[in-house]
Design a protein around this ligand. Structure first.
Ligand code: 5GP
Length: 183
């Protein structure tokens, strides 16, 4: 398996940021921390399609308290300051439940800020966030990220659910793109 920092063959990809092994190890640690914190309770894991799907699938199998899975899909308004339109809402109510939002990456945080505000109005018992990647250099909204996998450099990354125009979600690792690709 190729290590962190490896140069990748795809002409669009630059370097491996997190290998498959490294991700698996960190996801197991996050799962253990979540299991410990929610011991004796049931957690509603809520994920935003499509990027969070891969992380959720691995994370939920590392959590050993009862969980339910639910999904939302959103689309951002151009220049909307993080305002989003829900294109698919959760199937189940979250009132009185322990909700953990599972995100692939938090960048400016505007999308998540808006989403949390909306979910809070549904009066969950608790509402927390678990993000795999935290691009904190670009953060605008002040967000409570209870769990985070890795700090992410200010680069566009793909793989493990993250895409570029729909591609690369199925890469088992996370990679940076070549600068010229992003212009
Ligand atoms: P935010 O509102 O936090 O600025 O944006 C969050 C969304 O932007 C993420 O859910 C993701 O869809 C997208 N995003 C931000 N940074 C990256 C990145 O490095 N790679 C990919 N593929 N998407 C990103």
């Amino acid at each position: 398996m190729r290590p962190r920092g490896a140069v990748l063959a795809d002409p669009v990809l630059d370097r491996m940021l997190h290998s498959q092994d490294e991700i698996a190890e960190r996801v197991a640690e996050l799962g253990a921390a979540i299991s410990e914190d929610y011991r004796g309770q049931e957690v509603a894991l809520v994920t935003v399609l499509r990027g969070g799907l891969i992380f959720l699938a691995d994370l939920c199998r590392r959590v050993d308290v009862p969980v339910t899975l639910d999904f939302m899909a959103i689309s951002s308004y151009a220049g909307g300051g993080g305002a989003v339109r829900i294109t698919k809402d959760l199937d189940d109510p979250i009132e009185g439940r322990h909700v953990l939002v599972v995100e692939d990456i938090v960048d400016t945080g505007l999308t998540l800020h808006y989403l949390l505000k909306m979910l809070r109005q549904r009066r969950p018992a608790t509402l927390e966030v678990c993000t795999l990647l935290d691009k904190d250099a670009r953060r605008i909204a002040d967000l409570p990220l209870r769990y985070r996998g890795f700090a992410c450099p200010d680069r566009f990354v793909v793989g493990y659910g993250l895409d570029l125009g729909g591609r690369f979600r199925n890469l088992p690792f996370i990679a940076t793109l070549k600068d010229e690709v992003m212009g």
